[in-house]
Design a protein around this ligand. Sequence first.
Ligand SMILES: [Ca+2]
Ligand SMILES: [Ca+2]
Length: 201
Amino acid sequence: MAKNLYVLYNLGTRGNIRGKAAEGFIRPTIMQFFTQRPVFEEIPKTNELLGYTDDLCEGGAAAQSTTPSSEYAASKAFDNDPLTFQSTIFYMENPWIRYDFGEGNEKRIEKYTLAVSDAPGADNLNMPKDFKIFGSVDGSSWVELDSRTGETFVQGPPREFFMENKNHYRFYRLNSYANNHSGLSKCIQIGEMEMMEAIYG
Ligand SMILES: [Ca+2]
Ligand SMILES: [Ca+2]
């Protein structure tokens, strides 16, 4: 289309075309030439980030490295109850917590939140300080998606974390390498963990 317009323009300047040219072809101004030019190139989609979904951790299955008692099961970090929290065994090193979205329910998680429990006995120093997030399609081979060090938490609104992730995974796992205790405690105690997908336009 643009090429045709260009040809018409050239013919017009020579006065060689019939019809309108005979009546006086008006040369388009440069601005008209460009503004009237049809768009012939698809403008690439910008993949603009529009926002994030709500928490998607519903209906899945939680697990963790060790559990002192059912009161502190991994599911307590995904029960939407700020007064409950999961816990791994106090002195066991390198604890982890995992969430399984289920087969056929893979998610491309690019945001997560972590919150200290509001329970009176909750210890914010048992939140993970140095940790990584991994994703997995099968629960056995894991891909590192995010790495954090020196993170601290206080009771109150959840802390938000953002990470780039180009793939859908069924499983997500948080591995803790240290909490904020300097003593014997190696456990993690998370009141609530949420995971969200990014929404692109
Ligand atoms: Ca939730
Ligand atoms: Ca909870």
